[in-house]
Ligand binder design. Structure first.
Ligand code: ATP
Length: 255
């Protein structure tokens, strides 16, 4: 069943056309890794889906309902949660208070303080610490846990491992992998291609605001994604559509 459907989405920053007609469909329990070079439009895409940035054109549907003009805070209530780049926790509040605030804004469901702390055990010993006083890895865990407190139908996570020490990335991914295995529906932006491919069923590479490649991860190699990442593709090949891997060889000119 399709939970999130994005159709021909466009978004701008002033005159800069950052998202240029992106479409995707995400089924329940599926994880889509969004990759692409710096400035390719990944953050703008996630923010536009979440309602934090206005759509210039196109549609966003959640569970079949058109939410394109629904304000961001109402999208949270409907089940769309964004973990923004840079975490953006409330720095003066404790970890626990950050979770509690989010719990009041979202839907009711399986995620409560106890269940998110079970999912992110690294947070248990630091619930009383101020968010500004914890490490980057702990902040990322807290940011994902905070989003889960809203009991989302779809979780959008921007830059999972950016700026984190390798050991912190491991800890975040340990919890994240369990979460994904439990059937969460997730779009994640990840610079580490190896990690992105290892946890997702689908991958989409964004290049200059459009989809350069969209494929099921078992059907795709790291080299193919890398080629799309750098824009190595035939000038005559048609743009790929979400969820299709068949045209990739022609598309990016790999053997
Ligand atoms: P990164 O990995 O560096 O975060 P990204 O793929 O997430 O990059 P975006 O942050 O969405 O890409 O940026 C897409 C384009 O929009 C870039 O050219 C960027 O410079 C521009 N841009 C992003 N935010 C703004 C803004 N607030 N004002 C003006 N231009 C912006």
């Amino acid at each position: 069943m399709t939970v999130l459907e994005v159709t021909d989405l466009h978004a701008k920053h002033g005159l800069l056309h950052a998202v240029r007609g992106i479409s995707l469909a995400l089924a329940e329990g599926e994880t889509l890794a969004l990759v692409g070079a710096n400035g390719s439009g990944k953050t703008t895409l996630l923010r536009t889906i979440a309602g934090a940035h206005p759509a210039e054109k196109g549609r966003v549907r959640l569970d079949g309902v058109d939410i394109t003009s629904v304000p961001a805070h109402h999208r949270v209530r409907r089940g769309l949660a964004l973990v923004p780049e840079g975490r953006r926790l409330f720095p003066e509040l404790t970890v626990l208070e950050n979770l509690q605030v989010a719990g009041r804004r979202g839907r009711r469901g399986e995620w409560t303080i106890d269940t998110v702390l079970d999912a992110f055990p690294v947070l248990r010993p630091i619930t009383r610490k101020q968010a500004s006083q914890i490490s980057g890895g702990q902040q990322q865990a807290a940011a994902i846990a905070r989003a889960l407190m809203t009991n989302p139908r779809v979780l959008l996570i921007d830059e999972v491992s950016l700026g984190l020490a390798p050991v912190a990335v491991d800890a975040v991914y340990e919890s994240l992998t369990r979460l994904l295995g439990s059937g969460a529906t997730v779009v994640l932006v990840e610079q580490d291609l190896e990690r992105a491919l290892s946890v997702s069923q689908r991958v989409m590479c964004v290049l200059e605001g459009h989809v350069a490649l969209a494929a099921a991860t078992p059907d795709i190699t790291r080299d193919q994604v890398t080629a799309a990442y750098f824009g190595v593709r035939s000038a005559t090949a048609p743009a790929p559509t979400a969820g299709t891997a068949t045209s990739l060889h022609a598309e990016i000119g790999t053997p």
